[in-house]
Design a protein around this ligand. Sequence first.
Ligand SMILES: [Zn+2]
Length: 189
Amino acid sequence: MNNLPSDLKNHIQKTVLKRVIPCVLLLAVFGVLLLVWGRRIFNMDNPNMRILCYIVTMLIPLWITGVPKKLIDRTYRGEIIGMRVKRSVDNESYVKPTIEHMFYKNTVYLDLRLDNGKEVTVKAYEGRDTDLNPYFYQKGDRVFHLYGTKNTIVLPAEKKKAVRCAVCGLLNSTEDDECQDCGHTLVKD
Ligand SMILES: [Zn+2]
């Protein structure tokens, strides 16, 4: 999307850097480790075996940081043509999952017709089952998602008075141009 406000473009760049830099640093550390101690750590006769060990070792930083999976996202804008809510059980304590800590989680999938005519299904929302969410999406609404954020916001129709910030998710007045919390440009179509 080329017509994004420049502060939102900057936000995307920062998000990518924040995710890539730790991975690059870890890769460098592992690379140096292998260069210096590789032969001692993987002390084996078969050179092919050692190369395999090196490759597997270099995959560890990717696995720890979650790159490249974390980078798979995109900015999109489109109209909701279908909606599906999946209800599942989650637990807030990963260390010691108990029944007391169990809760219902809603995951909202939206079928969208993007502005370029393509039809896609996206995961728009994931969170606890409460009274409010996830039913703020309606068929026919136009939505917007900025790369790397957790939000898929509803673009305000003419009569609507509020719009969510695409970056932090705060509900702002449509009269404002910038988010009252994080200061990023509000996308109103
Ligand atoms: Zn904001």
